[in-house]
Design a protein around this ligand. Structure first.
Ligand code: ST9
Ligand code: ZN
Ligand code: ZN
Length: 333
């Protein structure tokens, strides 16, 4: 389905969890918001998160040291866990639940929610709520990972401090009824902690130990902690590197950029200038499956009848936009 640059497709009714919800997805930049004048609120460190993040990265470093002595099966299993958890974020929390850029059947939503718990990046509801605020108030106080506060803050620092009050204030005004009406989303939210313990830690560790006799230490540190930490950093690079480094062919007035390295590691999510310009496009890119496993996955799901209605932008609209607001760094087509 081809879309114009307007978001009128979001006025359609969508089926979610058996309920019909009004899908007014609030992911368009709001230029009427003005940041409050005067001194910023004090930065309040959350020591629990700082300690846990440090321990995770030390554990992942130990996993990296163990990696050369892992069996081929364990390395392959680590890649499988990376892919499933990454899809739970990219095809799930991001393209489906945050942006409603395609429709997914119940079995696909269950798979994506399981992958999302394996990714342990906050539950889908919280992730999508924060992500909609990120698009609507990008690079302002109301953006949870405001990249104008520097690389470290946008990357991981924002998870180590209390949120700016404007994030919560603006977030509370967002329309989230589509998420509340999705039974899979709300089930995952209710059972989030247990699902993370099982899917992010126990399953990745148990499979190599039980099926091919890998040591528990190797199974914990490689497909468990190392895979989790690398996947987190690949995700965070979209907020840090892809908001700071790269070209802006579609809109030179915004910070998000096209970053092929991030696109590769985040299985297709590094075409960030395009994505912030056209947030409803299911491919998050002009170039289909290029460096974009997630788009290939959604195409496959559509082919199998498990997904429908992928939304995209016509070539003419893209070219017109490049001419109107791009920086002239990249030719389309
Ligand atoms: C993680 C998330 O890593 C990563 C997300 C990345 C997003 C990337 C996007 C890029 C594009 C997509 C690319 C995908 C690429 C994937 C590649 C894969 C290879 N609106 O939160 P609290 C309310 S998580 C409305 O405690 P504090 C909230 O409901 C990693 N309301 O704020 C609550 O209300 P009530 C693991 C909001 O105290 C109250 O405010 N997790 C909003 O400031 C307090 O909420 C972690 O490391 C909102 N937006 O604490 C830490 N926000 O009381 C998890 C909040 O009524 N987080 N509220 O219930 C935390 O510990 C805390 O949130 C905090 C802030 C310390 C960061
Ligand atoms: Zn997005
Ligand atoms: Zn962004």
């Amino acid at each position: 389905m081809t879309e114009t640059e307007t978001r009128n497709h979001h006025d359609d009714k969508q089926q979610n969890g058996g309920a019909v919800a009004e899908p007014s997805v609030e992911d368009v930049f709001d230029d009427t918001y003005k940041m409050k004048e005067g001194p910023k609120p004090p930065r309040m460190l959350v020591w629990r998160n700082i300690i846990l993040m440090t321990l995770l990265h030390l554990g992942a470093l130990y996993g990296l040291i163990l990696l050369p002595s892992a069996s081929v099966s364990t390395v392959a299993w680590t890649a499988v866990c990376y892919l499933i958890s990454a899809l739970g974020v990219t095809a799930g929390a991001h393209r489906l639940w945050s942006h409603r850029s395609y429709k997914a059947s119940f079995p696909l939503r269950v798979f994506l929610a399981l992958g999302n718990s394996m990714a342990f990046q906050n539950d889908i509801y919280e992730w999508a709520r924060d992500h909609r605020v990120h698009h609507k108030y990008s690079e302002t106080d109301a953006d949870p990972h405001n990249a104008t506060r520097g690389f470290f803050f946008a990357h991981v620092g924002w998870l180590m401090v209390r949120k700016h009050p404007d994030v919560v204030e603006k977030g509370r005004k967002l329309e989230l009824s589509d998420l509340k009406a999705d039974k899979v989303v709300m089930f995952q939210r209710r059972h989030y902690k247990l699902s993370v313990v099982i899917l992010c830690f126990i399953v990745p560790m148990f499979v190599p130990w039980y099926f091919w006799g890998e040591s528990l230490a190797m199974a914990y540190f490689v497909p468990g902690l190392l895979r989790y930490a690398v996947m987190l950093n690949a995700t965070w690079l979209v907020n840090s590197a892809a908001h700071l480094y790269g070209n802006r062919p579609y809109d030179k007035s915004i910070n998000p950029r096209e970053n092929p390295f991030v696109a590769f590691s985040a299985i297709g999510e590094g075409f960030h200038n395009y994505h912030h310009t056209f947030p409803f496009d299911y491919a998050t890119s002009e170039f289909g499956c290029k460096l974009n496993i997630t788009t290939a996955f959604i195409d496959l799901m559509c082919f199998m009848g498990l997904a429908t209605d992928p939304k995209s932008v016509s070539k003419e609209v893209i070219i017109a936009r490049i001419k109107r607001t791009g920086e002239g760094s990249n030719k389309s087509g």
